[in-house]
Design a protein around this ligand. Structure first.
Ligand code: ADP
Ligand code: MG
Length: 139
């Protein structure tokens, strides 16, 4: 059984470059429904918590510093098979390897600053959705 939601963040560099509008337009074109959304900024502690699964990875420090360096847009997206559908839609982690036309290919800067986050499993989509949004913030 595949889930209906995934969690995305528009990362600080994409926000800084003015890509919130174009990325939200792509998300709508892709048939994803926004069920929750906020413009916010993570503290370093919040970024460390969000990416706790990557704690042992060599890029953990760089990643959490970058993700707390400026404002982001967080959103819960709904679609059938949302996690895989959105990962296919945004493209590979490295924008240089992402398929043409995907969000990361269009709006990513480099491997770390790859425009957007997308959940990697239904379980993490729910954990990440709960990280940002209460029940009364979802419609
Ligand atoms: P994805 O976001 O595609 O699920 P990962 O979960 O493996 O990728 O990594 C989380 C995030 O960490 C990536 O989106 C990227 O911003 C960053 N990242 C991944 N690998 C590296 C790396 N080798 N060097 C720097 N940053 C990285
Ligand atoms: Mg991941």
């Amino acid at each position: 059984m595949t889930g209906k939601i995934t969690l995305t963040m528009i990362k600080p560099m994409a926000v800084q470059k003015g890509f919130i509008g174009p990325i939200l337009a792509k998300i709508a074109e892709g048939g994803f429904k926004i069920v929750a959304m906020k413009y916010t900024k993570l503290s370093l502690e919040q970024a460390e918590k969000f990416y706790e699964v990557h704690k042992e990875r060599p890029f953990y420090g760089e990643l959490t510093e970058f993700m707390s360096s400026g404002p982001i847009v967080a959103a819960i997206l709904e679609k059938e098979n949302a996690v895989q559908a959105y990962r296919d839609f945004i493209g590979a982690t490295d924008p240089a390897k992402a398929d043409a036309g995907t969000i990361r290919a269009l709006y990513g800067t480099n491997l770390g600053m790859n425009a957007v986050h997308g959940s990697d499993s239904d379980e993490n989509a729910n954990i990440e959705g709960d990280f940002f949004f209460s029940k009364v913030e979802r419609y």
